[in-house]
Design a protein around this ligand. Structure first.
Ligand code: SAH
Length: 336
């Protein structure tokens, strides 16, 4: 049986029409779920009993649950258990501009990036839409505050679960849903070219981030197996098409790995690759994990200065996670 929170508003309207109901009731149902936070269909009081019974026979409103929470300064990490006893995690971060949540999109990940804890555990399955929506609902309920921005950068490759991720974005972005502005939603991909192209054609003003992590194919092949399927020039081609279609700036993520991709020459090569494009680089200090042999770069400042001197806008990601093992997948790794 489907969960009622798997449906975006257009799908809910189609469902209502298909059972001979008026489509405006989709808005009422959305308001119960996402504004009033009422999940017992019997309590949808402006909906007549006959339709409530029909909804109950076609959908459930079951929730994932919080298994554990670890709190650090300005950051909390949630471990959720799913109905089938799998685990996923989300991270809540307190920035000066508001609260943001990093959510997971899959149980495990098949991309196999060598430095990433999530990739150590192969994908078990995609998350359904409601399992992504509920990560946000449960965190909001736990902290009694509204989330301002969402990044899809937890466990999983969002474009390997494209349809459910897009549905999730539509639900949280809907004014009658969680009303999180599109500009406050970021989806991060390791570079699945056909999906970047599909994403370019969607009329959503959502931010796109691309995990590049290397200035050339030799280095990228050695740390990211996906590069053997879609190499740097193929992905950069898709990024350029995205920029010209949407006129939106793309974030280039670059995790700083000691002695792997962090030399001044690497920075120069990266600057040449990105020159003239509407992008900015976000340098990510590596979160070390005991299971993997990579280390945090000591040359982040030098790397950043080189990029800036060559005209590339560059920021360094604020570090939150160290104290509470917030590197992607670390909390889950302890459980499985
Ligand atoms: N699969 C998607 C989104 C999930 S990973 C992607 O690849 O973009 C989110 C980001 O965290 C990616 O840029 C990933 O490379 C990076 N990352 C993974 N492990 C990390 C670690 N231990 N420390 C810092 N960043 C890490």
């Amino acid at each position: 049986m489907k969960n009622l929170m798997d449906l975006n508003i257009l799908e809910l309207e189609d469902y209502l029409l298909s059972i001979g109901e008026k489509k405006y009731k989709a808005i009422q149902i959305f308001e119960w779920l996402y504004i009033h936070k009422v999940y017992n269909i019997d309590e949808f009081t402006n909906i007549k009993k006959e339709l409530r019974d029909k909804l109950k026979s076609d959908f459930n409103t079951e929730f994932i649950s919080i298994k554990r929470k670890e709190e650090g300064s300005y950051v909390s990490k949630y471990l959720f258990s799913l109905k089938d006893s799998n685990f996923i995690e989300a991270v809540l971060m307190e920035h000066d501009y508001g609260l943001s949540v990093c959510i997971s999109s899959q149980v495990g990940c098949n991309m196999g990036c060598k430095f990433c804890e999530s990739g150590r555990l192969k994908k078990i399955r995609n998350l359904s839409t409601h399992e992504m929506v509920e990560q946000i609902l449960l965190i909001e309920e736990d902290i009694k505050k509204k989330i301002n921005s969402v990044v899809i950068m937890g466990i999983g490759e969002p474009f390997d679960n494209y349809d459910n991720v897009i549905n999730f974005i539509k639900i949280i972005n809907n004014p009658k849903g969680l009303a999180i502005g599109a500009r406050h939603i970021t989806v991060s991909t390791c570079g699945l070219v056909p999906k970047i192209d599909e994403f370019s054609n969607l009329d959503l003003q959502v931010n796109l981030a691309f995990s590049l992590h290397a200035p050339n194919d030799a280095i990228r092949n050695s740390i990211m197996p996906v590069n053997k399927v879609y190499n740097i020039s193929q992905v950069m081609g898709a990024i350029k098409r995205y920029i010209s279609k949407t006129n939106r700036r793309v974030t280039i993520e670059y995790v700083m790995l000691n002695m792997v991709n962090d030399s001044v020459d690497n920075a120069k090569e990266l600057a040449n690759l990105l020159k003239g494009l509407n992008v900015y680089v976000n340098l990510i200090p590596y979160n070390e994990t005991s299971n993997l042999e990579f280390h945090k770069s000591k040359r982040i400042k030098e790397f950043k200065d080189t990029l800036m001197k060559m005209g590339i806008n560059t920021t360094v990601r604020k570090e939150f996670g160290d104290s509470i093992s917030a590197a992607c997948g670390q909390l889950r790794s302890k459980e499985v």
